[in-house]
Write a protein that binds this ligand. Sequence first.
Ligand SMILES: *Cc1c(COP(=O)(O)O)cnc(C)c1O
Length: 429
Amino acid sequence: MQISESKRLFAHAKNFIPGGVNSPVRAFRAVGGEPIFIKKADGAFIHDEDGNAYIELINSWGPMLLGHNSPLIREAVIRAMEDGTSFGAPTAREVEMAELLVRMVPSLEKVRMVNSGTEATMSAIRVARGYTGRDKIIKMEGHYHGHGDSFLIAAGSGAITMGHPDSPGVTLGTAKDTLLAPFNDLNAIESLVEANKGEIAALILEPVAGNMGLTLPQEGYLQGLRDICTREGIVLIFDEVMTGFRLAKGGAQERFGVIPDLTTLGKIIGGGMPVGAYGGKKEIMDFVSPAGPVYQAGTLSGNPIAMAAGLAMLRHLDTHPEVYTRLEAIGEQLSAGIISINSSLGLDYTLNKLGSMYSLFFTASPVTDFESAKKSDTQLFGRYFQSMLKRGVYLAPSQFESLFLSTALTDELIGKILQAHEESMKEIH
Ligand SMILES: *Cc1c(COP(=O)(O)O)cnc(C)c1O
């Protein structure tokens, strides 16, 4: 595999862009080697600047549920472009988008469009704080909610202690309002609530966690959180930027039957364009400006091109339930294949899976939270990643990411992925 053009571009990029990339995980630091520069993508494949093609299992970190360069979205974008790229004034498409979102996602009564998942989560906690008149929030160790200051708080400082910033530039003042709890531990939440009675505005989590590798909520956990939040007047926020429209039409909340007060969305709702949204109960969302006093705005929010792409995607998902049947089948085929290959090789690794998301952890112990995820052998994962890449399969370049499947994966391609998996596992052990 020749990657000289990618190498040249990366070396050149480092002169002008910090670390050579516009988002850190793209730099391949967690797996070694150098990033591959992508020229184009189509269906299940991405093509790099050197002319190599890879079967792809990230799908732009989720949005490409229907595979890359779907004609459905491409044509909607081209049609919208003919009328201009931005107006900075309300449009019919935004109303249609909001109405569709409210109909599809169980918790949404009103919704505001923004430009990224980060903006959605930042805004959601601001509204929760404005609505409750409280300052503190609870987040889970290892859960990712974008790069807003309040969310960049290190894991490991213990359930009852104050958080410490994960990044220079986040002030201690901000960090002290973020309380940390391990995922899947209701007692830790009860202790935090008890120690901070009447001071917690919001509890935010990924209902199905994808940013420490795929980690599922245990039986009764989400309902337990719902009950505590209702009892304590805490705004429960499901960050469904990743899971929304992926795990079901109505996201994890539909799949698990637990309804949060606010929901944040992104990724799939933009069909590949930069889009986010936050919404929920009318009573809370009417605190948002200009209906209410909590300020939040955006020059390009509800952008017509982004709305056209998102609407094309969501209308399709709304009217084609077979997309989800197929995604479930693909997820099952791939994960069952991996488990059976591993066991035939005498390897015992944990595979967490739900619908079209899965993670293979290089540890034999169950992964239920950040502590257990960290038991994975990341060195070995790095070698697995490189070995798969060499065989034309592009995985997420970190052990602590989920894979995102698309409907573009045919049975034949699944067979190729499984063959690459078997060869790679033999190579690295
Ligand atoms: C990707 C992601 C975000 C951040 O979204 P951006 O569009 O990258 O800002 C927030 N929360 C979750 C759960 C995500 O997966």
